[in-house]
Design a binder for this molecule. Structure first.
Ligand SMILES: [Zn+2]
Length: 437
């Protein structure tokens, strides 16, 4: 049977490889390693499927102002280049200047957010008082676009609203090649820079160098045959912004755990054929998910359920501008297609395995798609259950092993296996017709 220790060993093996951005050596290693794990667990038709996407590696991100030099982190996929210009504060004219923009993280009071959920499992009534800090500001991923539209020559984002000290903010992750250079500065550096500006020092030199070019990466796929000729797809992504443990070494472990769980049972006990998928390029606008959807239209029509598993996360608090992991789980989101039988299956499994702080959400609660790596399965019309948490440190290099919520690993695995088991005897056509329009 699957143990938390085994799952943690998988997470550790992946995290130990280092930064796992698409095409980095650690991500290449993870593709090969995951395929090997699939084979060792007894999956058939194990294969790598090509995913084209842009490679991105930062080399330099500096801002020189007067005598001072600040080291930043480049906004992913924004232009390289050198810009000599005046700094412009929020509200000032930006044309031809370097825009300074402070970023505050959104705070989501759960008492209000739960009203948007279709269901909740919260026996301790934690959601009455919890406030979740999200890993986004009010502009989400469109952080530098207003400055570009206003004609700015460069962009400097100041993480002054982050409760902890960091410059490592891997946002945006849509891999859009924005036309001007942009960098993030830490909160302390941002406050120092604002002081300089207030004292009248405005002339600045922004210098960014990155390596950006097209490459081929891979989705990792494996199959367990089951009791019908239709499909359940169980997925997460193998790439990451950093060496990231929660994002998504934990998702890799949750998918491997499902593979091990179902491999240990005879084919007749598996409700449908099971396809296990670890996608590439989550950090490039879910390139792997989009490539899989484009390549497998016929299979998707016969897919009863698509499950995505992301982020077994501890909730963190902040003391003295340092993140401190607590023993509590981050609030769990279960994006679930509005099929009553599916919503009931999710509700029952969450309660059966006591997965507290769970919210069942409609897939379009935040917009046209869920905020998951598997988002594009929703507009493709595939019935889905996507598990995800969104801790504030999701895109930060401090997403390390100590952020994994270990007590969640086994119950999540059992709950998800139970949800999949409830699709026995349900056809893809029946599941689709059950989804409310
Ligand atoms: Zn993820």
């Amino acid at each position: 049977m699957i143990s938390a220790a085994q799952m943690l060993a998988w997470i550790d093996a992946v995290v130990a490889q280092g930064i796992r951005r698409p095409g980095y050596p650690a991500d290449r290693w993870t593709e090969a390693w995951a395929a090997e794990q699939f084979r060792e667990l007894g999956l058939s038709d194990v294969r790598l499927e090509a995913v084209e996407l842009p490679y991105w590696e930062p080399r330099r991100a500096e801002l020189r102002v007067g005598e001072e030099c600040f080291t930043g982190f480049p906004l992913p996929h924004a232009a390289a280049g050198d810009v000599e210009a005046e700094l412009a504060l929020d509200g000032e004219a930006l044309a031809g200047r370097i825009a300074l923009s402070e970023l505050d993280l959104l705070r989501l009071p759960q008492s209000g957010f739960r009203l948007l959920a279709t269901d909740a499992y919260d026996p301790d009534n934690d959601l009455d008082t919890l406030e979740q800090v999200l890993p986004f500001g009010a502009r989400f991923r469109e952080v530098m676009d207003p400055a570009i539209a206003a004609g700015a020559a460069g962009f400097v984002g100041l993480l002054t609203g982050f409760p902890w000290e960091t410059r490592d903010y891997y946002v945006p992750y849509d891999a859009v090649p924005r036309p001007i250079p942009g960098i993030w500065l830490s909160g302390d550096d941002g406050r120092r820079l604002l002081q300089l500006c207030a004292s009248g020092v405005r002339r600045a030199h922004l210098s960014v160098d990155v390596d950006r070019r097209p490459i081929t990466t891979h989705n990792v796929v494996g199959v367990l045959p089951g009791a019908s000729d239709e499909w359940v797809i169980i997925a997460s992504h193998h790439d990451a912004p950093w060496a990231s443990a929660v994002e998504d070494a934990s998702g890799i472990a949750l998918v491997l755990a499902q593979a091990a769980w179902w491999a240990a049972r005879p084919a007749a006990e598996r409700p449908h054929n099971l396809l296990f998928l670890l996608t590439s390029g989550h950090m490039a606008e879910a390139a792997g998910t989009r490539a899989f959807i484009a390549a497998h239209a016929a299979l998707l029509e016969r897919t009863v359920l698509q499950v995505h598993l992301e982020h077994a996360a501890r909730r963190c608090i902040v003391e003295d501008r340092v993140l401190i992991p607590t023993d509590e789980p981050e609030v769990r989101w279960w994006f679930t297609s509005r099929a009553p039988r599916l919503e009931a299956a999710v509700r029952d499994a969450i309660a059966a395995y006591d997965l507290r702080r769970s919210l069942v959400l409609r897939p379009d609660v935040f917009g046209p798609m869920p905020t998951t790596d598997g988002a594009y399965f929703h507009p493709a019309g595939v019935p889905l259950v996507h598990f995800l948490t969104a801790p504030m440190y999701l895109f930060d290099s401090c997403d390390t092993l100590d952020k994994i919520h270990i007590p969640s690993l086994e119950p999540l695995t059992r709950a998800v296996a139970q949800i999949i088991a409830t699709t026995r005897g349900v056809s893809a056509t029946a599941m689709r017709s059950d989804v409310a329009s």
